[in-house]
Design a protein around this ligand. Structure first.
Ligand code: NAP
Ligand code: MG
Length: 404
């Protein structure tokens, strides 16, 4: 079989621990035998981040901007214990945070559904994608404890010296106080990324806030979404046969539970943080959840939603074979290759990505799976727990058949 050729390199961001092991296995078993892989490689493993004083993360993000599509392995975000373990000169920032700050995007998380593993919510038949605004609000808030009686005010002073002043509360006793902000520019980017992703994936877009209570703050989010939708997206949505739907967050929660799935739910930062864990848990497992960062300029970074699976890595180091689930990492690769194919007009790459995903899903549906999925399995055939490598080799067998 002739290997599929690529024209533009994919930005490859390698990572840490167990997912770094899976990364290589996925490439060796499922990509390199089929694709003449062209990547620009950046090693975001913690050792190399330390060696480059984290410059490699910045270079990788800039390469993502240059070429448009990246695939990223899970990486360690250092804490005090990691600083010791890796003898770090600094507690380097989260690579995902650095990349997000450079690309200025929105993260979309979707579950991978297979027959035999059903969502807790019986009505959900299709994936629900959560789009979380990853800037501002409570995550950038200023807050303190109010020690006792006194007046709390919200003051803004413009560059020319004019100011607004509003009393927040006349405290008669101790309490707490918090100031939040967001920026129109960031809300616009968020809205554009959401509309773009809805068009890319041909799914309806829902957006929810609490604008009835927050008449300036949340209402601004609602207004900006509506304004961009009408000015830039409405005609394309109509042509694609999809809709944009705004509702209050509490109404959205009720509708999501009653829905069949198959749409994107855009959430403010805090709502997205909370709801994405609820939705991913109800769908099954973090190991079956993909994640893509979409920038307003149309740059894409594909990854798994889980971390580096440290506990399994320590077993692997002791020589034990692990049954770590590679599906989300594998789908990050197929998603990135499909997008590269789309942008470069390489149909064969898209066909390959579809075949790889189908072969993976069919493998699980045939009863062959990693340990984490066995616990959730409700299929007709008994579950057969295999190691990561055996799992990937079984997928390879199916993929070879499909690609003929
Ligand atoms: P984690 O790596 O997601 O793993 C937590 C637990 O979830 C695992 O111990 C395992 O449970 C289960 N699990 C997760 N992914 C799995 C998979 N593919 N297959 C099977 N089981 C899976 O989270 P963590 O242990 O909290 O974090 C480890 C490191 O990852 C940290 O250094 C953190 O900074 C980093 N992290 C990176 C990213 C990212 O790069 N996107 C995201 C989150 C965390 P059992 O042990 O019970 O089998
Ligand atoms: Mg969270």
């Amino acid at each position: 079989m002739e290997k599929i050729k690529m024209t533009t390199p994919l930005v490859e961001m390698d990572g840490d621990e167990m997912t770094r092991i899976l990364w290589k296995q996925i490439k060796d078993e499922l990509i390199l035998p089929f694709v003449e892989l062209k990547t620009e490689y950046y090693d975001l493993g913690l050792v190399h981040r330390e060696e480059t004083k984290d410059q490699v993360t910045i270079d990788a993000a800039n390469a993502n901007k240059k070429y448009g599509v990246a695939v990223k392995c899970a990486t360690i975000t250092p804490n005090a214990q990691r600083v010791k373990e890796y003898n770090l000169s600094q507690m380097w920032k989260s690579p995902n945070g650095t990349i997000r700050a450079i690309l200025d995007g929105t993260v979309f998380r979707s579950p991978i559904m297979v027959r035999g593993i059903s969502p807790v919510v019986k009505t959900w038949k299709k994936p629900i994608t959560i789009a979380r605004h990853a800037f501002g609000d409570v995550y950038k808030a200023t807050e303190y404890r109010v020690p006792g009686p006194g007046k709390a005010e919200l003051v803004y002073t413009s560059e020319d010296g004019t100011s607004f002043r509003e009393t927040v509360y006349d405290f008669e006793c101790p309490g707490v106080l918090q100031g939040q902000f967001n920026k129109d520019s960031s809300i616009r980017s968020f809205a554009r990324s959401c509309f773009q992703y809805a068009l890319d994936t041909r799914q309806d877009l829902w957006f929810s806030t609490k604008d009835t209570i927050s008449k300036q703050y949340d209402h601004t989010f609602k207004d900006i979404f509506q304004e961009i939708f009408e000015a830039e997206c409405q005609a394309r949505f109509e042509a694609a046969g999809i809709t944009y739907f705004y509702t209050l967050i509490d109404d959205a929660v009720a509708r999501v539970i009653r829905s069949k799935g198959g749409f994107i739910w855009a959430c403010k930062n805090y709502d997205g943080d909370v709801m994405s864990d609820m939705v991913s848990t109800a769908f099954g497992s973090l190991a079956m959840m993909t994640s893509v960062l979409v920038s307003p300029e149309g740059n894409y970074e594909y990854e798994a939603a889980h971390g580096t699976v440290t506990r399994h890595y320590y077993k692997y180091l002791k020589g034990e074979e692990t049954s770590t689930n590679p599906v989300a990492t594998l789908f990050a690769w197929s998603g990135a290759l499909r997008k590269r194919g789309e942008l470069d007009g390489l149909e064969a790459l898209g066909v390959y990505a579809d075949a790889l995903e189908t072969a993976t899903i069919e493998t699980i549906e045939s009863g062959v799976m990693t340990g984490d999925l066995c616990a959730m399995w409700e299929g007709d055939v008994p579950a057969q727990k295999v190691s990561s490598l055996e799992f990937l080799r079984t997928i390879r067998g199916r993929l070879e058949q499909k690609l003929g």
